[in-house]
Design a protein around this ligand. Structure first.
Ligand code: ZN
Length: 681
């Protein structure tokens, strides 16, 4: 590992700026820390609110990530209040958290890391703590004491596993007092701590020790699997065929979002001779466990299986997993907390790859990163010696640690469409765009499709700024082209695991009296306004049925379905087919919990591709008004005398997508400000 410290750059920085710089260097190394793991600190003098200089510890606040942490994310703790704690014998977690809250120099600062006392008690200006893969490859072995000595020499203190908190902090300080020339401190099944009189020194020591460990690991790592026994029958069709089943099986309590990943390392891991015993040993550290759960789900696939046989294997494996989880919970629980969901976060199928799950795409992605690093640690430790980890009870205490449960309880509440995946067609403009935006606001993941990819990409780049990169996926799709529809569905399954909501919206208007109508225009209207809805809903229904957790399909039709107008024959007839399709889907899919409903909007002019100037001219002529008066004409003919907007339609789509309409299927809801002639009857 390279030492990236630039002394020339750092020499003009303040203490706090040096800490931020040091943290970014540590955070940039994925094999040191992942997603909020690890922490850094500096001891310095700062004036408090009253202008009085105080000895303070600046330590990373909980919830921030070293790679992107900023100065404001490091709360300042009054050191003179904290240090006398060293005299105490015991301190509970709750008492410690409460005490630290009262030591904050600024009361509005973020909550300091749970490892604050460890940093505070070490009598050095700068302290760095990571969960380095190479260090865990040494500590998570049966003979770890000998192995650490062999790899790193005797100048490192090794402390047995204990949960972070007062006891670990006090024992760390005491062991350093006994061995005051030590270079670093290794916490078994947890990580590495180094220190120095400057941030550069603590950082450099950290990199040195990790590099030494890495060299030892590389020298010792041997490939236990032979290439000839490697079975890789990666088959994207099979992967996307089984994915919605997996999503459904683990979404029985709360829906999960899945992401799929496969590479040489995962394939090698799944082919290890002792894989089945290895994956039963557990996560590398409590930090890893929080994201990946204690154990992954492993399915011993063979190339003989077709997708149906594989799905059956997966189903049995999930049942076994949840049974074992429930047993493990009852065995170790003190009954102070209810059981968390018993489903796996990591699913490995031999020969195919790894699925990871979370409450959203971001958490699924974090689990993927964390388990990918776990695989490195397990393969390394297993080739050095035998991989070991936390005991069952220690794992329980980590997953059900009251401080972690409390942290979870502070997470923002679910929004109406949280944990859900929606597909919106015709999303680049008008109604589709408004629905995409509204669904993202309510927490959904949206696959936004359109034939006009350029506009779609501009929209999605813009929405990413507000909702992050993980929640919107722009896909070019022509709803009339089944191979493009199929490709979009592969994309949906591999990226999100499946689908909960379809908004079948893409549409196109052709005008002309029937006696003059070009048959090509008739066919084009039917291709988009009828067949397009059929193709997209057909594949949505299949995905939803495979998941077996229900679903909502929303068809954007038109007021013309109940009240057709002259010169819109090709449009109105095709839209009538769409409405009938929606009802047949409601009839055929009620028993699967899949709902199908229709929205009939009328006369939405803003940002609409439907209302080309040609259509406007034509409709104005049909109603005997001027083209520039047409918008006003439509408004005035409504009962409410209101103009209808795309946002009005999006609100109704949200209602039909949500559980608030869970008893409604086969319905048609006008969003037209009231047109007597178009009443649904
Ligand atoms: Zn730690």
């Amino acid at each position: 590992m390279l030492n990236n410290w630039k002394s020339e750059y750092s020499k003009s920085l303040s203490d706090l700026e040096k800490l931020v710089y040091q943290s970014h260097l540590i955070g940039a190394e994925q094999s040191l820390v992942l997603w909020g793991g690890g922490n850094t600190s500096i001891k310095t003098i700062e004036k408090d609110f009253f202008g009085v200089p105080q000895n303070v510890l600046r330590i990373k606040g909980s919830g921030s990530d070293l790679k992107s942490v900023e100065a404001k994310d490091f709360p300042a703790i009054n050191l003179d209040r904290v240090l006398p704690l060293l005299e105490r014998e015991h301190m509970s977690d709750d008492a410690m958290v409460d005490f630290l809250d009262h030591c904050l120099i600024e009361s509005s600062a973020p909550r300091p890391s749970i490892e604050t006392l460890l940093h505070a008690f070490l009598p050095f200006k700068s302290v760095v703590h990571s969960h380095a893969d190479a260090i865990l490859s040494l500590t998570n072995t049966k003979k770890h004491k000998d192995i650490i000595q062999k790899a790193l020499g005797g100048s490192i203190i090794v402390l047995p596993y204990m949960r972070p908190g007062f006891k670990l902090s006090k024992e760390s300080a005491e062991s350093l007092e006994k061995q005051n020339n030590a270079n670093g401190l290794i916490l078994v099944n947890h990580g590495l701590v180094t220190w120095g009189n400057t941030p550069e020194e603590a950082y450099s020591k950290h990199i040195d020790i990790v590099t030494q460990a890495e060299k030892f690991v590389t020298k010792t790592r041997k490939h236990k699997t032979q290439t000839e026994t490697q079975e890789r029958f990666y088959d994207q069709k099979l992967v996307s065929a089984v994915t919605p089943f997996i999503r459904g099986l683990i979404s029985k309590n709360d829906k999960s979002v899945l992401t799929f990943h496969s590479d040489e390392k995962i394939i090698e891991f799944a082919n290890m001779e002792n894989i089945e015993s290895l994956i039963k040993i557990g996560a590398a550290t409590p930090d890893h466990l929080m994201h990946s759960k204690r154990l992954p789900l492993f399915v011993k696939n063979t190339d003989k299986y077709d997708s149906e046989e594989l799905v059956l294997e997966i189903k049995n494996a999930v049942d076994k997993y949840t049974n074992n989880y429930t047993k493990w919970f009852s065995k170790h629980s003190d009954h102070a907390h209810p059981m968390l969901d018993p489903f796996p976060r990591v699913i490995i199928i031999r020969g195919l790859g790894m699925w990871t799950a979370g409450k959203d795409k971001r958490s699924a992605h974090i689990a993927q990163d964390i388990y990918s690093h776990t695989i490195d640690i397990v393969i390394n430790a297993d080739s050095i010696d035998s991989y070991t980890s936390l005991s069952d009870q220690q794992s329980y205490d980590a997953e059900y640690w009251p401080l972690e449960l409390y942290k979870k309880s502070l997470a923002p509440a679910n929004k109406e469409l949280s944990r859900q995946v929606a597909l919106v067609t015709g999303a680049a403009s008008g109604i589709g765009k408004a629905i995409t935006h509204r669904f993202l606001q309510e927490g959904a993941h949206v696959i936004a499709t359109d034939v006009d990819y350029e506009s779609l990409k501009i929209l999605s780049d813009d929405l990413c700024k507000s909702y992050g990169n993980d929640r919107i996926l722009p896909v070019k799709m022509d709803v009339t082209n089944e191979s493009e529809v199929l490709a979009a569905f592969e994309n949906i399954k591999l990226n999100f695991g499946g689908l909960d909501i379809l908004v079948s919206n893409a549409g196109v208007a052709y005008t002309g009296l029937i006696n003059n109508l070009d048959s090509k225009d008739w066919e084009k209207s039917f291709a988009v306004n009828a067949t397009g809805h059929f193709l997209v809903s057909k594949h949505s229904i299949n995905t939803m049925r495979h998941q077996n957790i229900g679903g909502s399909i929303i068809f954007i039709a038109t007021k013309n379905v109940t009240s057709p107008g002259a010169a819109l024959g090709a449009y109105s007839a095709a839209k009538a087919a769409e409405a009938q399709l929606a009802r047949v889907i409601a009839i055929e899919n009620g028993e699967y919990g899949i709902r199908s409903n229709i929205i009939n909007p009328d006369a939405i002019f803003e940002d609409s591709n439907l209302w080309s100037s040609e259509v406007k001219e034509e409709r104005a002529k049909a109603h005997g008004v001027l083209a520039e008066e047409i918008q006003d004409f439509y408004r005035k003919r409504t009962l409410l005398k209101q103009a209808v907007t795309a946002e009005d339609v999006a609100e109704t789509a949200l209602f039909l997508a949500s559980d608030r309409s869970m008893k409604t299927t086969g319905a048609m809801i006008p969003v037209d400000a009231g047109i007597r002639d178009a009443f649904v009857r």
